[in-house]
Write a protein that binds this ligand. Structure first.
Ligand SMILES: [Zn+2]
Length: 293
């Protein structure tokens, strides 16, 4: 009797982790969700629009809704990733375009039933870094104005290349607090960026947990980009490696993956695919690092 009662609980605990990879939208948003399922994933990331251009997308709402439907039927969690050139810290002259794109991408991720839209924190080349932060706040305020959807803007921490801002939890938390609608903003932790920027040493996740709680970062961490790092700690270089094949190492990922803060949120690989051209094996590897109890 004891065993019968315990068994479902153990199963539930294991399935609290939603693990997957970035997938292509070649077959539409529904196609992306189907691909994720075929990989044995319970989470995925996709590009809602062309990732390399700053152009809005006329999207197929039926396709987006079919994606949302399939995800809810199969317990799949998804996140969208904003185009790379989208920079919330851009100067006022470019803001209108940034806001238009953010609104467009948010609407798509919302229709797809996604947890959020991952947006790089921003880069600022001007003389006064404070202006960069002000620009981000302005941009986020305008993008979320009148938005009633449930998909969040998820600010992603950066590795620290060039003029990148957003290397620390403190910056993320402050920007969120200073926004008009903090409830519409959460965070996506990229493990490679965190290691490269100096935010996470790899072996000190427990330290990060207490700091992240104290700062009010972890309660708003709604997604994780799970990437090992090709370069050492503090290198400020953004080169992802497969899990266990970089400087962070398998053991540190095991600790991270078993953190209670990684339950019920999408955990997505942004690494190169395996020999079969997919992430099937790496997803299985990551799942094997999650303890049953
Ligand atoms: Zn990332």
């Amino acid at each position: 009797m004891f065993l019968l009662r315990e068994l479902p609980i153990m199963k539930a605990q294991r399935s609290e982790r939603f693990i997957g990879a970035h997938v292509s939208t070649r077959g539409g948003y529904l196609g992306a969700a189907k691909t994720a399922l075929s990989l044995g994933a319970s989470a995925f990331q996709y590009f809602p629009m062309n990732p390399r251009r700053l152009s809005t997308k006329i999207w197929n709402n039926q396709d987006a809704q079919a994606c949302a439907q399939l995800c809810s039927e199969h317990g799949l969690l998804s996140i969208g990733h904003a185009p790379y050139p989208l920079n919330p810290a851009a100067e006022a002259a470019e803001r209108e375009l940034m806001v238009k794109l953010l609104k467009n991408a948010l609407d798509i991720t919302d229709a797809c039933g996604s947890v959020g839209l991952v947006v790089h924190f921003g880069k600022y080349v001007g003389k006064d870094p404070l202006q960069g932060y002000k620009n981000i706040i302005q941009c986020l305020n305008s993008a979320t104005q009148g938005y009633e959807g449930s998909s969040l803007i998820l600010l992603e921490n950066q590795a620290g290349e060039g003029a990148q801002l957003g290397l620390t939890m403190e910056e993320m938390v402050q920007i969120r607090k200073l926004c008009e609608s903090p409830g519409k903003i959460g965070f996506c932790l990229d493990t490679c960026h965190a290691f490269a920027s100096g935010l996470w040493q790899g072996h000190n996740w427990n330290e990060l947990e207490s700091k992240g709680l104290q700062l009010d970062y972890l309660p708003h961490m709604k997604a994780v980009h799970l990437n090992d790092s090709l370069h050492p700690y503090g290198s400020r270089r953004d080169r992802h490696a497969n899990i266990g094949a970089g400087y962070i190492g398998r053991e540190n990922f095991e600790t991270l993956l078993n953190s209670p803060f990684l339950t019920h949120i999408p955990i997505v690989l942004e690494t190169s695919s395996g020999t079969d051209g997919t992430h099937t094996q790496e997803i299985a590897l990551v799942k094997s690092l999650v303890k049953n109890t």
